[in-house]
Structure formats: C-alpha cells, structure tokens
Design a protein around this ligand. Structure first.
Ligand SMILES: Nc1ncnc2c1ncn2[C@@H]1O[C@H](COP(=O)(O)OP(=O)(O)OP(=O)(O)O)[C@@H](O)[C@H]1O
Length: 314
C-alpha cells in the first residue's frame, strides 16, 4: 500500500492582510520526488516552513512522517533534512571540518561520526582533496553537494530542497539532479524540490504542484496536469499520409471510437489527433490496418511549460 509521508490538510498562513498560503491540501508518498513550482511569492517557502514546524499555520494541519509539524516539530526535524536556497558554511574551516561539526550537532560521536561523514561524502561525490579545502574556495555546485551531505548526515526520510540549482552551471545542474534521483531511488528517500525552473522540475519530478498566489492551482504528473488544465489532452500525435484525405473522411468515426482520442483535425495529408493518453503505436496501427501509407509520425507531449503558460493565461 502506498504510504503518505507528507499530508497537508487545508493549511493556511496569513501575514497581516496577505494570505501567503490558502487552504492547501496535498499528499506526498514515500519515495516520490515532488516538485513545488511557482513564481516568486507564490507561497512555496512558507509551505515548507510550516511542514518543518518553523512557522505556525493559522489553520489546517501538516503531518510529516506521521508527526504533526506544529505540535511536534522536533520529531519532524529528526526525520527531515532541509536545504535552504542559500547555505552557510564556516568558511574558515575545511569542508570535512564543516561536515564533522554538523554531524556532532546531530548527536553523532566517536568512530561513528567519521564513518557517517565518509558515507555522506561518497554519496554526494566529493573527493578527499575537495573535502580538505576550505569552503570559501568552493564553487556553488560544490557547496550544494556539501549542503546535501550535511542534510544526509542525519539519515532523513524526507529531504526538502529549496531552489537547489540556483546559480549552478548547466553541467553541474544535470549532475546534481541525477544525484537527487539516484539518492531517492537507492535509498527510498522522499524529495520535495522547490524551483522556478520548469525544465529541471520536469526532468526529475514524479509529480508537480503548481502554486499561484498561495493556492495549489494544479497537481499531478504531466499528463494529469495537462488534462486538468483547460481539459487539454496529454499529448498530440500528427500522422502524415502519402496520399491526401478527402473530406468527409470515411474512417473518422472509427478513429474517434478509440477511447483515448479527444480531437481529430484533418488537413490534406496530415491528421492531428489529441490524445488523453499516449497511444501513438495504436494510432499508427489503425492507419496501417486501414491500408494507408504512413509517411511520417510526429508526437508532441505537452511540456510543463505549456501547462504553466496555460495556468497563467487563464
Ligand atoms: N515573514 C513574513 N512576513 C510577511 N510576509 C511574508 C513573510 N514571509 C513571506 N511573506 C509573503 O508571503 C508571500 C509568500 O512568500 P513565500 O516566500 O512563501 O513565496 P515563495 O513561493 O517561496 O517565493 P520565492 O520563490 O520568492 O521564495 C509573499 O508575498 C511574501 O512576501
């Protein structure tokens, strides 16, 4: 059975007359990588702070790893690793000293401390030479890796990353995102990733929640989101035929019978079909069985970008 590791029910937070988070309900399952997406001021950080018990909601509840974050924030903090968008290190200390210190603060001592730190360093891919350097010499990408090692030190069940790729070069971003996916899959870690970057969220997240003005406007995987936004289809396939079709097309009624087909548009040699789910192979077989010469097939899956645009232009 799927286990809800984060459960938010009608969570609200106001700052004076401003409603920063408005009746937010959201469930996240163990092992999921969930993307919190939204423009500046949409309420992502406030939501994270309420999940960590760092700010009190005005209404609603936040349960994380089975604990009420408002009533039992310490229990939540023991199981959740939080990496804020700007991480501070003791710059006059080496990376290794920084990590050992965080380990001590987390109550790890003696031979176990060194062992746990070495494991975390290995997980995030920092070598001994880098760990011997002062953090003041670290690039942003290296700092993010060290920040992640610090988060992993308490062996959390959930990690929350606020804008983790800000200011990292494209190769560093790819490496960091790959690392997040690997950690999640290998260790069954649940990851909550807050970001402005649609492409990055789309690359790594199993599901996404789109925040606008404190409200969760849409949530789900890409095809669910695409469907929930203006009834859009999940994907669009274009079939190009060797010979042009004559209108009315004799097979149109048959193709519309396929359950996933939402819309069919014919224009000479091409047929555009909007699909509720991706059944491209079945569509191609349909044309071949009916005796058409298929000259080309092009599939367009809706990108998070399209969905985002659609929400903001609504
Ligand atoms: N401590 C505070 N006091 C007053 N207003 C606040 C406070 N914290 C946040 N806000 C306001 O609440 C709204 C939501 O802010 P929040 O930081 O949660 O958004 P965000 O989606 O995380 O944005 P960003 O990506 O810029 O961090 C914003 O309008 C912000 O100005």
């Amino acid at each position: 059975m799927e286990r809800q590791i984060i459960e938010l029910n009608n969570l609200s937070k106001r700052y004076g007359s401003l409603t920063a988070v408005d009746s937010l309900s959201l469930s996240i399952q163990k092992g999921e990588i969930f993307g919190l997406l939204g423009p500046n001021g949409a309420g992502k950080t406030t939501t994270i702070l309420m999940m960590l018990g760092l700010t009190e909601p005005d209404a609603g509840t936040a349960y994380v790893c089975g604990h009420n974050a408002t009533k039992d924030p310490i229990a939540v903090k023991q199981k959740v690793g939080y990496m804020p968008d700007s991480i501070g290190f003791y710059d006059d200390m080496t990376a290794w000293q920084n990590l050992m210190y965080i380990g001590e603060l987390n109550g790890i001592a003696g031979s176990q401390l060194k062992q746990v730190c070495e494991e975390c360093v290995q997980l995030v891919g920092l070598d001994a030479e880098a760990m011997a350097r002062r953090t003041s010499t670290f690039s942003r990408g290296m700092k993010q890796r060290l920040g992640l090692a610090e988060v992993l030190i308490k062996q959390p069940e959930v990690i929350i990353l606020d804008e983790p790729t800000l200011g990292i070069d494209p190769i560093g971003v790819k490496e960091f995102l790959d690392l997040i996916v690997k950690l999640s899959r290998q260790k069954g870690l649940t990851v909550l990733l807050s970001s402005h970057y649609l492409q990055q969220v789309q690359q790594v997240c199993d599901r996404v929640g789109i925040f606008v003005n404190g409200k969760l406007q849409a949530q789900g995987d890409l095809s669910t989101l695409a469907r929930s936004v203006n009834g859009k289809a999940a994907c669009q396939v274009q079939i190009v035929l060797q010979q042009p079709l004559t209108i009315p097309w004799k097979d149109e009624a048959d193709i519309r019978q396929l359950p996933a087909v939402q819309e069919v548009t014919i224009d000479g040699h091409t047929v555009d079909i909007a699909l509720r789910e991706d059944i491209t192979p079945e569509i191609v077989r349909f044309f071949v069985h009916k005796g058409y010469d298929v000259a080309g097939v092009q599939k367009k899956e809706y990108q998070l970008d399209d969905i985002y645009q659609s929400i903001f232009s609504a």
